[in-house]
Design a protein around this ligand. Structure first.
Ligand SMILES: [Zn+2]
Length: 200
């Protein structure tokens, strides 16, 4: 998975090719080996992470009901529709307060994606859910809040680890991210090309 290929770059001073080795790449610079030059060339390396890493993860985070931490809901990779309907990815309990439930059938959508630049999962929340028949977003009746602030319609907002999502103004859930371990991440690192030149 991880692979550092032997790479040649063109020296910025003498214009001749120099071979970059792993140690140079790790240091981030290389000294030109050509006679009479010796210029230090900075290596503009960059990398991202292979999204196939998500296939090997044991979980994708969860929501915990604040009034009863025993109640937790696991999330899956991709789109999680949260609500009380059977059709939801995350079907929550029909919590009743003074005889009323404030959570809509399909209340909000929490998307779990992989950010290949940070190597971590990204959680984004929006009010409502796409209706399977009309293919349009049907908003919740009583709104979705993040950290106490009401989400605007069509707004899609990042949810940090430990942040509180409130459904219908009453029922609060804490999002726990799944954090990918650095050791695992290292094996899915993909080196990108050097600038300005790359030759195998
Ligand atoms: Zn040189």
């Amino acid at each position: 998975m991880t692979g550092f290929k032997t790479t040649l770059i063109v020296c910025k001073q003498c214009g001749r090719r120099i071979m970059v080795r792993t140690a140079d790449a790790e240091r981030g610079s290389i000294t030109c080996s050509h006679v009479g030059c010796g210029a230090i060339n900075n290596l503009q390396t960059s990398f991202h992470f292979d999204e196939n890493i998500v296939r090997g993860l044991p979980g994708f985070g969860q929501l915990t009901y604040l009034d009863d931490p025993e109640i937790t809901y696991p999330l899956r990779f991709g789109s999680n529709v949260i609500g009380i309907a059977d059709s939801c990815t995350v079907q929550v309990t029909r919590f009743v307060h003074n005889g009323r439930c404030f959570i809509s059938r399909r209340h909000c959508t929490l998307s779990v994606t992989f950010d290949k630049w940070t190597g971590q999962l990204r959680y984004q929340l929006q009010d409502g859910a796409v209706d399977s028949i009309t293919q349009t977003i049907q908003y919740s009746l009583n709104g979705t809040l993040l950290g106490g602030a009401l989400l605007k319609k069509t707004e899609m907002i990042d949810v940090g680890d430990g942040e509180i999502i409130t459904l219908g103004g009453t029922d609060r859930f804490r999002l726990m991210h799944y954090s990918i371990a650095p050791a695992m991440l290292e094996t899915y690192k993909v080196e990108l090309d050097f600038n300005p030149d790359r030759t195998q």
